[in-house]
Design a protein around this ligand. Structure first.
Ligand code: ARG
Length: 465
């Protein structure tokens, strides 16, 4: 008989059993469920609601169940609905009717809320660590490739030369904002919902602060309705994960592009590429494509839960059971992608001559020539037109800017002096961009130093487990 079946005359229809159940996926909350129950029982004893002996028996039973699950000896079946019912029913099997006392002053509504708070908190701690590792990897890569110049792009057209290190560090900053979003999520998940009961609180003299202290929560929910119907912390986790995946996807896309024959900027390691079943010459960036591809499903999980939540009246509704599969899949996807990205970055081989060659045969120092004229007093708008004409001249003559002679330059503007030839070199263009956060090597080195400091600080604070 089901734990709640007292008022029922008929069993659940066979075809709804599986449909109603969540054990197929929420078995993943077993550890959190047991941790939560242990803290609850401990509090019930401290509050005099359970005797010490009763609490000890229940605690012993719960610990044994934990071991059974860990060793794969626990039996799951959909007629026991979810992980909460499974553990409670097994407890009753093991220690008799006393097991039913575990649910005093508690509802599955506040129980499942507690479990998912614990789960999100734990997983967020893991994700934060992985983000830091990936940042560290990118920083090391940037540092060992500090002298490499490549084209910077806008609209995927050559724009201005930049340092490869500068390009890569942009991702470290994106990941830093991801960290901050996950930290925010951690703060919102750091609230203890147990005691809300089904929705209105409980009449038992419980001590919620004690449960919070045992489980390491810093705050209690102020409103029992909010405690059981809040899923913001899951939405925030999904949103932070979706944005983080977008960053990984953009990085993956660039690496895919750079490893194409047309770019030839990098070569992916054999260990992180795959071949073709028909074309013997192929080396495909499948791993990166999968990171890019999996971004769609994480974004989908966020949208799915937003839509699930948007029409729900207070307080608990079974719709909320739908929060779990997307959350679990997001955790699996994000943690796998972060790990793979961090492992593959150091294996990438950079073709420095190809990158350098790409900035020689283009017009990416045109802005520097316009700036040269502007510095000599010509309004920038006019300087822009003059250099535009010069580019047109080069295109007609089948030349690049670096091949122009001083005479040819002076023909378009008498403001050009011999020192202009220096400005045509990509190295000079890079070195000149000394504004804060610019691509000049000196600026990039300072940026690196600041990032290293930030990340060293991030590594320190102990994250709740
Ligand atoms: N399996 C349920 C869920 O995941 C647990 C809460 C069930 N509560 C209820 N009143 N039916 O949301």
């Amino acid at each position: 008989m089901k734990l709640w079946a007292g008022r029922f005359r008929k069993p659940t229809a066979a075809d709804t059993e599986e449909f109603n159940a969540s054990i197929q996926f929420d078995y993943r909350l077993w550890r959190e469920d047991i941790d939560g129950s242990l803290a609850h029982v401990n509090m019930l004893a401290a509050a005099g609601i359970l005797s010490e002996t009763e609490a000890n028996k229940i605690t012993g039973g719960l610990n044994e169940i934990g071991a059974e699950i860990e060793q794969g000896q626990f039996k799951f079946s959909s007629d026991r609905e979810d992980i909460h019912m499974h553990i409670e029913q097994r407890l009753i099997e093991k220690i008799g009717p006393l097991g039913g006392k575990v649910h005093i002053a508690r509802s599955r509504n506040d129980q499942v809320a507690l479990d998912t708070h614990l789960y999100v908190r734990r997983q967020t701690g893991k994700v934060l660590g992985q983000i830091t590792t990936l940042q560290h990897t990118l920083i090391c890569f940037a540092e060992t490739h500090l002298d490499i110049i490549m084209p910077g792009y806008t609209h995927l057209q050559h724009a201005q030369p930049i340092l490869l290190a500068h390009h890569l560090l942009a991702y470290v900053h994106m990941l830093q904002r991801d960290r901050q979003r996950f930290m925010g999520c951690l703060e919102r998940a750091d609230m203890m919902p147990l005691g809300a009961g089904a929705l209105a609180g409980t009449s038992f003299p419980i001590d919620q602060q004690l449960v919070a202290d045992k489980l390491g929560f810093s705050r209690l929910y102020e409103n029992s309705l909010d405690a059981v119907s809040d899923r913001d912390y899951i939405l925030e986790f999904l949103a932070a994960a979706a944005i983080c995946m977008v960053h990984l996807s953009r990085l993956a896309e660039e690496l895919i592009l750079w490893s194409s024959q047309e770019f030839g900027f990098i070569e992916l390691d054999d260990a992180y590429s795959t071949g073709s079943s028909i074309m013997p010459q192929k080396k495909n960036p499948d791993i990166l494509e999968l990171i890019r591809g999996k971004t769609g499903r994480v974004a989908g999980h966020l949208v799915a839960l937003l839509v699930t939540m948007k029409g729900l009246p207070l307080a608990y509704n079974k719709d909320m059971q739908e929060d779990k599969e997307g959350l679990f899949d997001t955790v699996d996807t994000l943690t796998a992608c972060l790990a793979i990205m961090a492992a593959m970055i150091p294996t990438i081989k950079v073709n420095r001559s190809r990158m350098r060659q790409a900035v020689s045969g283009d017009f990416s120092t045109a802005t520097d020539l316009a700036d040269y004229l502007a510095r000599r007093g010509l309004p920038f708008r006019q300087a822009h037109v003059v250099i535009g004409k010069l580019v047109q001249f080069c295109l007609d003559q089948n030349k690049v800017l670096e091949e122009l002679s001083l005479e040819e330059l002076q023909r378009v503007s008498p403001l050009f002096k011999p020192d202009v030839l220096e400005f045509l070199r990509p190295e000079a263009a890079v070195a000149a961009r000394t504004s804060y956060g610019g691509t000049a090597p000196e600026q990039v080195r300072q940026q690196l130093a600041r990032l290293k400091k930030t990340i060293a600080l991030d590594r320190k604070p102990s994250q709740p487990q």
